[in-house]
Design a binder for this molecule. Structure first.
Ligand SMILES: [Zn+2]
Length: 255
C-alpha cells in the first residue's frame, strides 16, 4: 500500500486582526491556517467588543485594549473605561503615532501613546504600536520602555535606517499585506535585516489586503500571502517561518 503523507498546511498567528470592526459571519470564516489571533481595540467600545468575541471564535484569540492615534483626542473622555479594560486585557493597544493622517494633534497623540506605555509598564503587558510617518517620535517615546515589556510595531513599513534603530531596541516587527505590494521596495530590503526571532505576521483585517486581494476586505486566511513574501525575502521555508513566528508570539504572550 502506498503511503499517503497528510501534509499539514503551515499555521500562522495573525497578530493584528480587527474582526470586531467587520460584519463578517465570524463562525463561517476559514481559520484552517490560523494558530491563533490577536484582536486589538481602537477605542474603548471596540476593545470591549474584542474581549466579547475573543471567547466565541472557533480558534483561540487574545484581545488588546487601547486607543488608536486617530482618536487620541478622546483620551480624557475614555480614560476611565480604558483603564478598566487595559487591566483585564491580554495586551495593550493599538496605540501609537500617525503623522500621515494627523486626525488628532501630534501633542494629543504623544500624550495618548505615553498613557499606554505607562500602563504597559504598570501591568507588565505587551503593547501594540501603530507608527506611520512618525519614526523619530515613536523611537524617542518607546526607547525608555523597550526593556520593560514586549513592544510590537504593527504593520511595519520602515526602511533600512529606522529598522536598524528599532532592532537595537529589541522590539518585534509585525509585517502586513503591505509587504506584498509592488511599491514596498524599501520595506522589502529592510526586512532582510530583521533577526528572525523578532518577526511577526498580521493581516490588519479588514484593512491592507495582500496584493492579489487588493480592494477586497482583508481576512485572517489571507495572511499566508504576506508569509510567503516574507519567507521568500528571508530565504526560509514557509514551515520554518511558521514555527518561528508562532514561537515569537508565544514568547510575547508568555504562552
Ligand atoms: Zn490596526
Amino acid at each position: 500500500m502506498k503511503e499517503t503523507a497528510i501534509k499539514q498546511e503551515p499555521k500562522w498567528v495573525d497578530t493584528h486582526c480587527h474582526l470586531q470592526l467587520t460584519d463578517y459571519d465570524l463562525l463561517s470564516l476559514n481559520y484552517e491556517n490560523i494558530e491563533y489571533l490577536i484582536l486589538p481595540g481602537v477605542d474603548a467600545e471596540s476593545s470591549k467588543k474584542a474581549k466579547d468575541i475573543s471567547s466565541k471564535l472557533p480558534v483561540p484569540a487574545y484581545w488588546a485594549a487601547g486607543l488608536h492615534p486617530h482618536d487620541a483626542k478622546n483620551l480624557s473622555a475614555q480614560k476611565d473605561e480604558l483603564l478598566k479594560l487595559i487591566a483585564e486585557a491580554d495586551l495593550i493597544g493599538e496605540t501609537g503615532l500617525d503623522y500621515y493622517r494627523d486626525h488628532s494633534s501630534r501633542e494629543e497623540q504623544r500624550e495618548n501613546l505615553t498613557f499606554h506605555l505607562e500602563r504597559a509598564k504598570e501591568f507588565r503587558k505587551p503593547i501594540i504600536i501603530h507608527c506611520r510617518d512618525s519614526f523619530s517620535d515613536t523611537y524617542d517615546l518607546i526607547k525608555n520602555y523597550a526593556d520593560d515589556f514586549p513592544v510590537i510595531l504593527h504593520s511595519w513599513t520602515g526602511g533600512n535606517k529606522w529598522t536598524k534603530k528599532f532592532i537595537e531596541l529589541g522590539v518585534y516587527f509585525s509585517l502586513s499585506g503591505i509587504l506584498t505590494y509592488e511599491t514596498a521596495k524599501d520595506l522589502k530590503l529592510s526586512v532582510k535585516q530583521i533577526p528572525t526571532n523578532r518577526l511577526l505576521v498580521e493581516t490588519d483585517t479588514p484593512y491592507l489586503a495582500p496584493g492579489q486581494y487588493k480592494g477586497q476586505n482583508n481576512k485572517p486566511e489571507f495572511i499566508v500571502e504576506t508569509a510567503k513574501k516574507l519567507a521568500e525575502l528571508k530565504e526560509m521555508t514557509l514551515q520554518d517561518l511558521s514555527s518561528i513566528t508562532i514561537s515569537n508570539t508565544n514568547t510575547i504572550l508568555s504562552r
